[in-house]
Write a protein that binds this ligand. Structure first.
Ligand code: GAL
Length: 709
């Protein structure tokens, strides 16, 4: 590839108009050994591009220390795309949202004095410019003008969502960001979604894009209509149901968009994958399956095959509809519209039923066509090629988890001690008069921090009462004298406000307020609180519109026992002792794992170690964690992910009218956890840190395999 340009109809590669069919595959959400098969499957499905955000938060965890290893090997990912004949849409941002930790920003940005993200703020912009300059220098050979696969780059992401809060400064920043990206990316066209600046190409996001085409054309008569986020489902959060979107509805949405003149779409997500480590945003599950055409494990779904068929038809017919102007709509009734594209005596007809409720019957010559709600019929030269509502029976693949019995061995436990029992060399708490926000202590190097204080209860204040935290996040475990007496229960609210009360919160209590009804005897007690972060936010709206720089965890307000504030001092300790010692890896050999602990499994603060042999299968593996509570999982010394068996009792869904269904079930939001093949060895070591109780003997190794039809 060398030259990328566009006209009012389509993107042009080397002067030729192309229909862009693209799929989002975020490289850190799969392992490099999965990349070739993901790309092959993309190509085979008729895609000509893949799209990924760039994850600044993961590449530069420490300022100016860059990491492009393993899953972060973006040059390798881009090279593989090229090898598979796929173009790349590179969404650099660097703000990306994406349900990733801190929306793609490294946490250290927050520590720069006076910093404010995503507005005209010099300290912020200087860091952005430095990072983008470094990144583009590194990736230079991969940009189209140098023969590489990158045909479009994105600056910022959906700025329209926060624009109102930043007014003129916001617009100045956006202009700057667009220009800076243009200068850094060697002449590749710069796109911006939902809010764009001069010189960049605006793109559309949403479940359906056809309703937005007319307005887009009015505003950008000289630009092609590109759809950067075509949602294949939705993300899941702990404590809420799994989200799905029908294959038929997606095929309708794509066919309807192309019928009306759309020139390119990118599935968000095409392969969602897994949030490894602690990389997911606040409350985001470890699975980022997204109900995408390629499932979390990279396997094709029925949706994949249905869309493949549509892609084939669109690719084979693209010469007809890309080389002429958008035809007039023919309207047979309110909800049924028809587009007839003709070129060189060939014709392509899309008959679309836009009604979400009623079937339509359309007469064509002597036959009649039935169009179920939300469907498109495609005819080429009079021949019926596809009805988007009809799934082919031959393509109805389904998969299920099959447990492998007796595969986990050598179960041993280790008790995570309270911080005052840590070895003296590590027992060095920070002593403060008031609790200090957790990220200032941990720099997000761990999810955990301990807040300890002495609590003297006078006899008139003894008994059952409320221990109240004015401001605390996310999951708190309250211990009195080493005994767990209460903890935060899911479902938690995804969007919270730093001040005031929350729309979503039925009790109308301020969002970061937490309270626990406990019983205290008169006398001196030790109050020990373990705070666990459930991930960093992805955008301002998760803090009620406050700038992302104000993100916080742990305890930062007053703590009351029966309405009297605790006086402190507070002793704060970072992380878990097991983490400090690294017992999830080689150092685990140095501690004594006790088999007898497994006889009393449902205790809080337990580390568990288990071995398993690699099973003889080429199919993906996962762990059934249904007997566990909440915590972290390590595989062969690497942090695999957070887990949480929170029941899906919250109300799921997106905005009313969206085609996303919340799949109600009696199961937790996420029961199975992906064990990537690339991390497995012949004999494998699994280490689990369990926060509040759970039976590790119930953990099962499972195979994700096709079920016979
Ligand atoms: C969009 C955003 C994406 C992703 C998506 C939801 O608004 O641009 O990055 O967060 O929502 O999955």
């Amino acid at each position: 590839m060398s030259a990328v340009s566009y006209d009012s109809r389509a993107l042009k590669l080397d002067g030729r108009r192309v229909l862009v069919l693209s799929g989002a595959i975020h490289y850190p959400r799969s392992t490099p050994d999965m990349w070739p098969s993901l790309m092959r499957a993309s190509r085979e499905a008729g895609l000509n591009a893949i799209e990924t955000y760039v994850f600044w938060n993961l590449h530069e965890r420490e300022r100016k220390v860059y990491d492009f290893s393993h899953r972060l090997d973006l040059p390798r990912f881009l090279g593989l795309a090229a090898e598979h004949g796929l173009n790349v849409i590179l969404r650099i941002g660097p703000y990306v949202c994406a349900e990733t930790s801190y929306g793609g920003f490294p946490l250290w940005l927050r520590d720069i004095p006076g910093v404010e993200m995503r507005t005209y703020n010099r300290p912020f912009m200087e860091e952005v410019e430095r990072w983008v300059g470094f990144l583009c220098g590194l990736l230079k050979p991969f940009f189209a003008p140098f023969g590489g696969p990158v045909i479009l780059v994105q600056a910022e992401n959906e700025y329209a969502n926060v624009a109102a809060a930043y007014g003129e400064d916001g617009q100045r920043y956006l202009q700057w960001c667009g220009r800076m990206m243009q200068e850094a990316t060697f002449g590749v066209p710069v796109i911006m979604c939902m809010g764009a600046t001069q010189g960049t190409l605006e793109t559309i996001n949403g479940f359906y894009a056809h309703p937005k085409i007319e307005e887009y054309r009015r505003r950008h008569p000289d630009k092609p209509v590109l759809w950067t986020e075509f949602y294949s489902g939705w993300y899941d959060t702990w404590g809420y149901p799994h989200h799905i979107r029908g294959a038929e509805d997606m095929a309708y949405a794509l066919a309807r968009f192309v019928a009306a003149g759309g020139a390119g779409a990118n599935y968000y997500m095409w392969h969602g994958g897994t949030n490894f480590g602690r990389e997911g945003m606040y409350l985001q599950t470890a699975s980022y399956d997204f109900d995408a055409p390629l499932d979390e494990y990279g396997k094709p779904t029925a949706k994949y095959y249905h869309l493949l068929k549509l892609h084939r038809i669109l690719n084979e017919s693209a010469h007809i509809f890309l080389n002429v102007d958008v035809p007039e709509i023919r309207q047979s009734d309110d909800e049924v519209v028809e587009f007839e594209w003709s070129h060189n005596s060939q014709s392509l007809v899309f008959i679309c039923n836009d009604s979400a409720a009623d079937e339509a019957v359309v007469r064509r010559g002597c036959s009649s066509l039935r169009l179920p709600p939300h469907s498109v019929v495609i005819l080429r030269d009079g021949e019926l090629l596809m009805n988007t509502a009809h799934l082919s029976a031959a393509r109805r693949v389904s998969r299920a988890m099959r447990p492998l019995n007796r595969t986990l061995t050598g179960l041993g436990g280790w008790v995570e001690p309270m911080p005052d029992l840590w070895p003296p060399a590590l027992r060095k708490p920070t002593i403060v008069t008031e609790p200090v926000e957790q990220l200032l202590l941990t720099r997000d190097m761990t999810d955990y921090a301990w807040y300890c204080a002495d609590l003297h209860v006078e006899s008139r204040r003894a008994g059952v009462g409320m221990l109240r935290f004015e401001a605390a996040a996310d999951v708190l475990y309250v211990y009195i004298d080493g005994k767990l007496v209460g903890f935060t229960l899911p479902p938690l609210h995804e969007n919270r406000k730093l001040d005031g009360s929350d729309r979503e919160n039925e009790n109308n209590a301020p969002d970061f307020h937490q309270e626990f009804n406990i019983k205290l005897a008169a006398g001196a007690h030790k109050l020990q609180i373990l705070c666990a972060s459930a991930g960093l936010i992805k955008g301002d709206w998760m803090l009620g519109g406050a700038n992302m720089a104000r993100e916080r965890k742990g305890i930062w307000g007053r703590v009351f026992w029966r309405d009297i504030p605790l006086q402190g001092p507070w002793r704060l300790s970072v992380g878990l002792l097991g983490e400090r010692l690294g017992i999830f890896g080689a150092a685990g050999e140095l501690v004594q794992w006790r088999a007898d602990l497994a006889r009393r499994p449902s205790m809080p603060l337990r580390w568990w170690r288990i071995f398993f042999k690699k099973p003889y299968t080429c199919e993906p593996l996962a762990l059934d964690m249904s007997t566990m509570g909440r915590g972290l999982l390590w595989l062969n010394g690497r942090l695999l992910c957070r887990y949480w068996l929170a029941q899906a009792i919250g109300k799921g869904g997106t905005a009313p009218g969206d085609p996303v269904v919340s799949q109600r079930s009696s199961e937790p939001t996420q029961r199975y956890y992906h064990l990537p093949a690339g991390w497995l060895e012949e004999l494998n070591l699994l280490v689990v840190f369990e926060e509040f109780g759970g039976n590790p003997a119930g953990i099962r190794l499972c195979v994700w395999e096709e079920t016979p039809r």
